[in-house]
Each structure stands twice: as C-alpha cells, then as structure tokens.
Design a protein around this ligand. Structure first.
Ligand code: SF4
Length: 433
C-alpha cells in the first residue's frame, strides 16, 4: 500500500507531515512522489490566513480529481481540520476522512480500517514524551527541529493559539537526541523552529534555554549550520545576540517577526513595542557582526492603520535596514480580537502600501547585498543546473529567502567556499574558490 502526503503551509506543518509519514511507514505504507500511484493521499492543510486556506482547498480539490480516477482514499488533516471540521465535512463530500491536527489515534483508526496497524508508541505520541520519528520531506542535508509547539502570546490578529494550543517546549535532551539522529543520517543544517522560539524552556524549566540549546547543538560532530527562526522580540536577550554573531556553526542570521513599528498599532496588536531596547539588540548584532543577516516580517493594512502609521513603518525600515523583510496583507481571522476592529483598511490601499514597502525593501536589500561583492562566503550546494550550481548561504533560509548561483564544481549537499561577484536584492552570484 502506498501513500502520498501533500503539505500546505509553514515548516511547522512540514514537521507534522514528516511525523505522519513516519507513522504510516511504520504501519507498512510506502511513500510515493506521484499522487496517481498512491492508495492513500493525505493532505496536510494550513488555516493560518485566508490565502493559506485557499491553497489548502485547492490542494484538496486537485487531489480529489486525481483520486476519482485512481480510486485511492483521500484523507485530510492539519490546522484547517482542527478549526473547520464540520464546515469541511459538509462542503467536501469527496474527502473520505478528516483527521485532526496530530490526532495520531485518529490516524491509527483509519489505518486499521485499511488493515494496517500503527505501533503502540504512536498512541502516546505526545511531543513532550516521545522522541518522534520522522521521514524528512526536506533535502537530506537540511532538517527542521521543532523545539516547541503552540503559543502563549495572544497577538490580536492570530488564530494560532486557538488552533495549536498553548506553548509546549520539547525536552532539551530529546531535542539533542533527535538532532544527533538527524546528523547521523546526513543532515548538515538544522533549522530551529517554533511559533516563538526565544521562549523555549520557560514552560517546562521555568527559564529560557534557547541559547544553551544552540550551544549544545554546536557540539554535535558533523553538524555544520544551526539556523534560528521565529525569534520573538519580547524575549530576545544579549546572550542570544552574541551567539548569532559569533558562536561556531551558528548561521549569522536572525529572523525576528516585528509585524509593525508604530507603537499604537503594536499596542493594538498586543505585540511588544519595537522599543529602543529591541532596536539596540538588533544594532548590537550589526556591531558585533556587520555581515549578520537580519530578517523580519510585517503586517500591512491592519485595522486602524492610517497613513501616518504606514509612513512610520517606512521610516523604521530605512532606519534599521533589515537585510530581508516580508510584508503580508492583514487577514481577518474569526474568533480573534482584531476581527471586529474597525475601521478596516481598504484592500486596494493595503495592496498599494504592500507594493511600496516591497519596493523600498528591495532597494535596502540591494544596497546591503552589494556590500558582499568581493567577499568569500560558505554555500550549501543544493542543485545543479546547466548554467551552474545553486546553493544557499547563511543569509538564505530555505523556501523563504534567496539563493546563491555559482560557477565551478562542488557536490550536491556539500559546503563550498565561494567568492561573490554580483549581487541582486535577494540572490547572490559567484564562483567557487
Ligand atoms: S507570537 Fe503572536 S503571531 Fe506568533 S503564533 Fe503566537 S499569537 Fe500568533
């Protein structure tokens, strides 16, 4: 029996899919790439914002069209099922089964109906207790390590805490074991993820332990890069800044979603203000390592956002000069405080602001990238095309950032040293040295 898993959404969802795949493989199913060859198609959905829901529905309908020809079973799981199971059940009769997010027991029952048994440990597969197995859906040299799930923040626009529950760190030793296993299997880059990674440890140890975790991971022989995603401004501390700036094997890369700059908007969002303190920390990182990459994300068109707020954000972007920044249009999420907030910003205004912010950021990014010309950087080689090699540097998280295009010879999955010869706002170009 064969299974195809389709994942929509962020890396956290990818890890859920990897776990589901592992459990299904343990029950005797083989993974296939082609949906048409599968006996079971599992769609892992995302309900974060409207566009993610649309993408999820599209993936379900595409799969439904394919399975109507092959007779395969279509199962749907993930955030969208947790949030809208009843509505989905009514609207999508072509789906054979809906399984909640990480509902391994539900998955076990479905497999049992197919004559496949899940091992007993799957039934107590709480992330707190079990070092879960995964079948990586990322390239073999790079893997996500989910250090916690859920969120204890209550940002006014966000439904994640409703969907994924409260913050739950995974035990320190389990994470080290999992990382060691990944590296033994050939992984060279580990990407730390959580809804709020800087909070790691608070719920189970009574103190933050992210810095300690990163340093401990740095001792794993064979691990080359440790990349940190989703740092929350409320719990960014000096020690972490120093680690990102200088610790061995740590990517000089800090992703810190700020969502806005104007104090009124941030207050309404229930986010920490982009205070002098946060800015000082970011500047400290720049001071300690002028080539460290700073990345952030911002919401455009949040209810009550006026022109002066938007102009404040433009000024802020110029002042901080992030290497990279993403701008997302506000998406009203039922059940969140911001949903009923008025006045809403017209979509045409939000789109115009988004476009202008992206243009401004492209100029800032291009200026920063240009400073890299002539420098040597490490590149993780990921692909080979007729024109040369494609890889990523410290400044490039997979799927999110740019790439490095190289001429020269190197093995896929290896780290190569390269000299930058040209630079665009997102991508770099160079030669292997
Ligand atoms: S930090 Fe805020 S935006 Fe991020 S998952 Fe938690 S509640 Fe949502």
């Amino acid at each position: 029996m064969k299974v195809k898993v389709v994942t929509v959404g962020c890396p956290k969802n990818t890890v859920d899919s990897e776990q589901a795949l592992y459990l299904m493989q343990t029950a005797g199913l083989a993974q296939v790439d082609d949906l048409k060859q599968a006996d079971i198609v599992l769609i892992n959905t995302c309900a974060f914002i409207e566009s993610a829901r649309e993408e999820s529905i599209e993936a379900i309908l595409d799969a439904a069209a394919a399975v109507s020809q092959t007779g395969a079973s279509l199962w749907v799981t993930g955030c969208m099922v947790s949030r809208y199971k009843d509505e989905l059940t009514k609207a999508l009769p072509e789906v054979d089964a809906f399984v909640g997010l990480k509902d391994w027991n539900g998955l076990r029952q479905l497999l049992a109906e197919k004559g496949k048994e899940l091992p007993a440990f799957a039934l107590r597969a709480s992330e707190r207790q079990v070092p879960y197995g995964r079948i990586l859906l990322t390239p073999p040299w790079s893997a996500y390590l989910r250090i916690a799930d859920g969120c204890d923040n209550r940002c006014s626009y966000c439904a994640i805490p409703v969907i994924r529950g409260g913050y739950a760190s995974r035990p320190f030793e389990l994470l080290l074991d999992e990382a060691e296993g990944l590296v033994a299997g050939g992984v060279r880059e580990i990407i730390l993820i959580a809804q709020d990674s800087t909070r790691y440890g608070i719920d189970i140890y009574g103190k933050r332990r992210l810095s300690e975790l990163i340093l401990a991971l740095g001792n794993i022989r064979g691990l080359e890069w440790i990349r940190l995603m989703y740092a929350h401004p409320a719990s960014l501390d000096d020690e972490l800044i120093e680690i990102v700036a200088a610790a061995p094997r740590v990517c000089r890369y800090l992703e810190i979603p700020l969502q806005h700059s104007h104090p009124d908007i941030l207050l309404s969002m229930r986010r920490p203000s982009a205070s002098r303190q946060t800015l000082d920390k970011l500047q400290k990182l720049r001071r300690l390592n002028p080539y460290a990459t700073l990345r952030s994300t911002f919401i455009v068109g949040y209810p009550t956002e006026r022109k002066e707020h938007y102009l404040h954000l433009r000024k802020f972007l110029r002042e901080v000069a992030f290497d990279r920044a993403g701008f997302f249009i506000y998406s009203p999420e039922e059940g969140t405080p911001a949903y009923n907030m008025r006045p809403r910003v017209r979509m045409s205004t939000a789109l115009r602001r988004q476009e202008r912010l992206m243009e401004l950021q492209a100029d800032i990014s291009a200026d920063i990238s240009a400073r890299l010309i002539g420098r040597e950087i490490d590149v993780l080689i990921e692909d080979r095309k007729r024109e040369g090699l494609i890889g990523r540097g410290h400044r490039d998280a997979p799927e999110i950032d740019g790439a490095v295009y190289l001429t020269g010879q190197a093995q896929i999955g290896s780290l190569a040293r390269a000299r930058v010869t040209h630079a665009g706002p997102h991508d770099l170009y160079g030669i292997i040295v």
